[in-house]
Design a binder for this molecule. Structure first.
Ligand SMILES: NC(=O)c1ccc[n+]([C@@H]2O[C@H](COP(=O)([O-])OP(=O)(O)OC[C@H]3O[C@@H](n4cnc5c(N)ncnc54)[C@H](O)[C@@H]3O)[C@@H](O)[C@H]2O)c1
Length: 358
């Protein structure tokens, strides 16, 4: 079992990574009182909840099961969770366990941050994306009808458990979508790691446990180092948005249907790398390594032809991370060396979007 300590908000948050580790964790160290509520969805409840429950035999355990899907990361589910917690008369010593992918993680952590002004939280992420990205760094939230993740807070858990055995049941498409974020850590932080991913794509796609542990550990370390330096995204945390400006615009244009987050980010990372090679000093050899790694994992690198270019441009213009009326693109001087620019001409982006459509 591997361990990373995330030092943030005057807290040392242990992150445990390993195969079949869920039954080996002594949760009593991270639980204040006797009451524990697991928040999960129907898919996870059917597949893995019975086993997880065994780890909380000592506690007064309850579960709250939501339907599956991004559309349930909303104010309605948030209210239902609070209704449940209030009706059951839980107090401030409650511990909430977020058991699921990023949807459950974001919703359960926002609930834990707001119920009685904040109760204990434990993350048990079950998708690759939730393990390498959403469960680390404290962003909690729900969607608003006018946009994604517009309501939320920063809420850090007591502990995060990343068990690679959950990947056995994770659909391949979801797994590969998570890989895009893993590749991102290579692109923005380490050419050696990116090359390792490229060389070992086959074993990773076979979900060999030692490879999964290694890539999750490297990703979690990379994300922890960034959020420790810049929790509230006023500086280098923005580098984690590499590929996300176009990625978000593609997701929004498709109304978050028919494309997964990692797939959109993969296209966005290829796009940002292409601009970096044209406008900056990223070498063609490094651009090729980035594109080839994404392709090896079966990730898309061109924009679907059925999305009108005008829609994408409109959404780039509405990106919520846009500052002072300018678009922010994270670009590369070389692999591992990012910078942010807001000086890209929208006409240039428009021309490039058209040339990136398949
Ligand atoms: N907080 C953050 O910093 C942050 C960062 C990135 C993304 N996010 C959010 O994360 C969400 C996306 O997360 P996601 O990609 O994990 O999607 P998700 O939570 O919808 O999970 C994807 C699918 O996999 C299923 N699933 C989960 N674990 C499984 C398992 N072990 N076996 C079988 N099926 C399983 C889920 O039921 C769902 O159908 C979005 O809402 C996004 O906004 C948050």
């Amino acid at each position: 079992m591997k361990k990373v300590i995330l030092k943030i908000d005057k807290k040392n948050i242990p992150i445990f990574i390993g195969d079949h580790i869920i039954t080996k964790i002594d949760f009593s160290k991270y639980i204040k009182g006797n009451d524990v509520v697991i928040i999960t969805n129907k898919v996870l409840a059917k597949l893995h909840l019975d086993k997880l429950k065994k780890s909380f035999k000592k506690f007064n355990l309850n579960t709250f099961v939501l339907p599956d899907g991004e559309k349930y990361k909303d104010i309605n589910s948030f209210t239902k969770i609070h209704d449940f917690l209030i009706k059951n008369k839980y107090g401030r010593d409650l511990t909430i366990i977020a058991f699921g992918g990023g949807v459950i993680g974001d919703l359960a952590s926002f609930s834990a941050d707001t119920f009685l002004r904040g109760v204990n939280l434990i993350h048990i992420p079950t998708t690759l994306l939730a393990q390498v990205d959403s469960s680390v760094g404290g962003k909690s939230g729900i969607n608003h009808s006018l946009g994604k993740n517009l309501i939320g807070s920063f809420k850090h858990p007591e502990v995060i458990i990343m068990d690679t055995s959950y990947h056995k049941t994770l659909p391949k498409k979801e797994f590969v979508s998570g890989i895009a974020e893993v590749i991102k850590y290579g692109i923005i932080g380490s050419k050696t790691f990116l090359k390792w991913l490229n060389t070992n794509a086959e074993s990773i796609l076979m979900k060999k446990k030692e490879y999964l542990v290694k890539l999750i550990y490297a990703s979690v370390k990379a994300k922890s180092q960034v959020v420790q330096k810049d929790e509230k995204e006023s500086g280098i945390r923005a580098y984690l948005n590499y590929g996300h400006t176009l990625g978000h615009a593609i997701e929004s244009s498709k109304k978050y249907k028919g494309i997964l987050h990692g797939e959109a980010v993969s296209i966005g990372m290829t796009f940002a790398s292409f601009i970096s090679a044209e406008k900056s000093t990223l070498s063609i050899e490094e651009f090729n390594l980035i594109e080839n790694t994404l392709i090896k994992f079966g990730l898309p690198v061109s924009i679907p032809h059925n999305i009108p270019c005008a829609k994408i441009i409109k959404h780039i213009d509405f990106d919520k991370k846009k500052k002072q009326g300018k678009n922010n693109f994270v670009l590369l001087n070389s692999i591992g060396k990012c910078y942010i620019t807001n000086s890209l001409d929208i006409k240039y982006i428009e021309k490039l979007v058209k040339s990136f459509q398949n």
